[in-house]
Design a protein around this ligand. Structure first.
Ligand code: PMP
Length: 390
């Protein structure tokens, strides 16, 4: 058994083998711990030791606060995985992709040369920080203007959408679907956090003008706070760098060192037995198929449908493997879906958080195996209790 200090709170000491029955399954956050076993298998080769005198300077090997070696490895990773065109693109590093969201709103809105603020929009269901950051900064440059669909209908009467900045999350958080921009003539920020073979088929390299990525969902190292943007236009790039310069003077050099080490391990294992994407996709697709089997036994609930697609990375049609289940309560009386789940000991994230309806709940599938097993167990119990009283 595991030592008691490492027990998940739902398992009991001394050896963490006993699951406490009254403990809720927490499927709320997107904590990417499904990759922890992968790094346990690569503990020595992925370790970093930094001497006290090392990397003390503000300066970096590359311009604008980036390590050239890390930049080179990022370009190589995109090329080998085939998920994004990274050649001839400028790269900006951020403290997680979270920092880059507003850096890019700043950069794109300043370029629009319009009299009023830029209109920032996203399509329902969307990742809440796009709206929350725009509201928080409350700037003269950019204003949250709600959901894309309401503007798409009006675009013919307004004419050009050049003052709009559209967030497109592809695959989407929460529903895992590949999305495209809706407004023509607007600027788009493509959030590609989940565009890795763990979570989706890769039909073609992404090639948008502005794309953001994060190591949180690639290697699973959310704690290091590392993301990057690939930017086509030089002026947009320069204004993004201005923001990062004033905001944090670049990403921690310690973090850059750690990420470089991790990416070297990932690259070294690609295509082999210990390919991180083979591991990630196997884990996520197994979880998805198990959850689907349970949910499909009942008419009370449904999950999103993810069409199988050819994946250029695996060179086959790959089974769906989304990061989240976007669960729907189908019965009239279950309008508050999260309350139905909570009564059965399952904590999910309400649909209203994503500006969707409360018939939907997001269930995180990318936490630890224990977390997932508990979720499945509670879901099975909920569904069999319900079916037996019907
Ligand atoms: N974009 C999306 C769609 C996400 O789901 C997340 C994390 N949940 C982020 C951005 C931010 O990730 P991070 O700041 O850890 O890079």
């Amino acid at each position: 058994g595991k030592p008691s200090c490492e027990c998940n709170t739902c398992y009991q000491p001394p050896d963490c083998s006993q699951l406490s029955l009254d403990c809720a399954a927490d499927a709320d956050s997107g904590n990417p711990l499904f990759l922890e076993p992968y790094w346990q298998e690569h503990a020595a080769s992925s370790a970093v030791v930094v001497a006290g005198w090392h990397r003390m300077s503000y300066t970096t090997t590359g311009k604008n606060f980036i390590s050239l070696e890390l930049e080179r490895h990022i370009r190589m990773l995109h090329l080998m995985v085939g998920n994004a065109v990274a050649d001839d693109r400028f790269i900006v590093f951020g403290s997680g992709s979270t920092q880059l969201l507003y850096a890019l709103i700043h950069a794109l809105s300043q370029g629009q040369n319009s009299s009023g603020p830029a209109s920032v929009v996203a399509s329902i269901p969307y990742y809440p920080p796009y709206r929350m950051q725009t509201d928080l900064f409350d700037s003269k440059l950019a204003e949250w203007k709600g959901v894309t669909s309401s503007w798409a209908n009006e675009s013919s009467s307004i004419g050009s959408m050049k003052d709009f900045i559209e967030f497109v999350t592809s695959p989407n958080n929460p529903d895992g679907l590949l999305k495209h921009s809706v407004l023509s003539g607007s600027s788009s920020i493509y959030d590609r956090a989940y565009y890795w073979p763990h979570f989706t088929a890769i039909p073609a390299p992404a090639d948008e003008d502005v794309m953001i990525f994060t190591t949180s969902k690639l290697s699973g190292h959310a704690s290091s706070r590392f993301g990057w943007a690939l930017i086509k236009d030089k002026d947009v790039y320069m204004r993004t760098v201005d923001y990062i310069q004033l905001n944090t003077m670049g990403v921690s050099r310690d973090t850059q060192l750690r990420i470089l080490k991790l990416f070297k391990v990932i690259l070294g294992e690609l295509g082999g037995e210990s390919d991180i994407f083979a591991f990630g996709h196997k884990t996520m697709s197994e979880r998805w198929s198990k959850l689907n089997q349970v949910v499909s036994r009942s008419k009370r609930f449904s999950l999103q449908t993810i069409p199988p697609q050819y994946c250029k990375y695996f060179k086959t049609i790959s089974d769906p493997s989304p990061a989240y289940g976007w669960l729907k309560c189908e019965m009239e009386e279950d309008g508050e879906c999260s309350a139905v789940l909570r009564a059965a000991g399952i904590i999910g994230r309400e649909g209203s958080m994503f500006e969707a309806d409360d018939r939907h709940v997001r269930l995180s599938l990318l936490k630890t195996q224990d977390d997932f097993d508990q979720l499945l167990q509670k879901m099975e119990a909920l569904i069999s209790n319900y079916e037996s009283i019907m």
